[in-house]
Design a protein around this ligand. Structure first.
Ligand code: HEC
Length: 128
């Protein structure tokens, strides 16, 4: 009975550290995607390529939502959650601006995302 409990405990611990490691790896992948897409969304907007800009904005919205969840659940940090949610909202605003023909508003939202990177990097990069 005791041995079985121990095995169960070990399994649970092993599973937990595995999923944390996977999330950390995912975080690097997300961050490189954020790096690429904040640049390309601004290029597409500047060139008037709306469909491409929309795709980047939607991807950024999801990436920032995933990042917010990481800082809520895997590495609790309230200010990092707030910065991530701001980025998520800014990304979500891009399609709204485009739908109303507000190209300047869309470009400003994209630029605001790119300007906020260091607000999070200064306190949190690299993760311990
Ligand atoms: C809410 C927090 C947060 C925001 C916002 C954020 N980052 Fe990061 N970023 C991090 C953290 C934390 C790391 C370090 C990850 C680690 O140590 O594994 C990182 C790492 C990186 C890396 C290195 C990735 C790697 O492992 O190869 C790049 C590139 C990067 N960020 C780009 C950006 C860009 C560009 C932006 C803005 C458009 C941005 N980040 C916004 C938290 C953030």
């Amino acid at each position: 009975m005791k041995a079985r409990l121990l095995v169960l405990l070990l399994l649970v611990c092993g599973a937990t550290s595995f999923s944390e490691a996977a999330t950390r790896l995912q975080f690097s992948v997300w961050m490189r995607a954020i790096d690429n897409k904040t640049v390309s969304v601004q290029k597409h907007l500047a060139a008037g390529r709306e469909a491409e800009a929309l795709a980047d904005a939607r991807a950024l919205q999801q990436l920032y939502a995933d990042m917010a969840a990481f800082f809520e659940r895997d590495y609790p940090a309230a200010d990092a959650v707030a910065i991530s949610r701001d980025g998520e909202r800014l990304a979500a605003a891009i399609p709204v601006h485009l739908a109303t023909g507000d190209a300047v508003g869309a470009a400003q939202a994209a630029r605001a995302i790119a300007l906020a990177c260091n607000d999070c990097h200064d306190p949190y990069k690299p993760l311990p």
